[in-house]
Design a protein around this ligand. Structure first.
Ligand code: AMP
Length: 279
């Protein structure tokens, strides 16, 4: 595996790949790699000649200083994992170089960012779009891989690609879960053993709520989920919304073509998110 640390090297490498008539798949990550990331890597490997995984803890997408400081980092381990799993290139730029040009970009995703994560984490999606757009510009990737766990992020990135007519195809991958149902996340490693054993309740509650789609209204389902979280004092629910899977606007009737429930919940000082598809 090749490790590329600078933007100029990345650009030159990607231009060469293109000259050779090969396709490039991009997997943007913040490191602390886990099996969720690897499921995206495997998919990217089957669909592209060359796979580039970026590892960059992007400061401008954190609205909470403590979250940024506590974000797990282990580059040596990540490089080993990528190598073992057949990644072609790890792109590991420094913050100084990535933001040598001040991140002054201002993106507008309208209503898509006026709900859920966009409200809970002001500036978050502007920060995400800033780094993802720059990665798209540098790599000119044919395809880029994103996880459905970050559902709102996927819809925002699709909108970014639409707004700027970026030719990169966005490939959306399903949520990867540990055997007990907890969506794998870099943040999970910050949970104590005791709280880690409670965390699978998040998926269990959402899954149970989906079993009521034929018998309960969406507002009843929403209340069910909110009340379930209240029953476990370890959880502090930040939001649970049932939204249209394209517009991300809350829906109360079942007319939408696709409906997704999105949750953000605190456990043990760690913020966890997950989703459940209803239709
Ligand atoms: P992150 O390093 O957390 O920014 O994640 C990098 C990419 O991996 C994002 O597109 C995430 O949505 C995706 N991802 C993270 N966790 C999972 C998971 N459990 N299943 C599928 N994709 C995931």
């Amino acid at each position: 595996m090749l490790e590329i640390k600078t933007i100029n090297e990345l650009i030159a490498f990607c231009e060469n790949v293109k000259k050779e008539g090969k396709t490039k798949g991009l997997l943007p990550t913040m490191g602390a790699l886990h099996e969720g990331h690897l499921s995206l890597l495997q998919r990217a490997k089957t669909e592209n000649d060359v796979v580039i995984c970026s590892i960059f803890v992007n400061p401008v997408q954190f609205n909470n200083r403590e979250d940024l400081e506590k974000y797990p980092r282990d580059l040596e381990k990540d490089l080993h994992i990528l190598e073992e799993n057949g990644c072609d290139v790890a792109f590991t730029p420094s913050e100084e170089e990535v933001y040598a040009i001040e991140p002054a970009e201002k993106y507008d995703f309208g209503k898509l960012e006026q709900v859920m994560e966009g409200v809970a984490r002001p500036g978050h999606f502007n920060g995400v779009a800033t780094i993802v757009k720059r990665l798209f510009d540098w790599t000119q990737a044919d395809r880029a891989y994103f996880g459905e766990k970050d559902y709102q992020q996927v819809i925002i990135i699709k909108d970014l690609v639409r707004q700027f007519a970026i030719p990169t195809k966005i490939v959306v991958c399903p949520v990867f879960r540990d055997a007990d149902g907890l969506a794998t996340s870099s943040r999970n490693q910050r949970l104590s053993a005791e709280k880690r054993s409670i965390a699978p309740k998040i998926h269990q509650i959402l899954l149970k709520s989906a079993s009521f789609t034929d018998t309960l209204s969406l507002s009843q389902i929403k209340n069910f989920v909110i009340n379930e979280f209240k029953m476990y004092k370890d959880f502090e629910l930040e939001y649970f919304e049932i939204v249209d899977d394209q517009s991300l606007q809350p829906v109360l009737n079942k007319d939408s073509n696709g409906i997704v429930g999105c949750v953000a919940v605190w456990l043990d000082g760690v913020r966890l998110i997950d989703i459940q598809r209803y239709y």
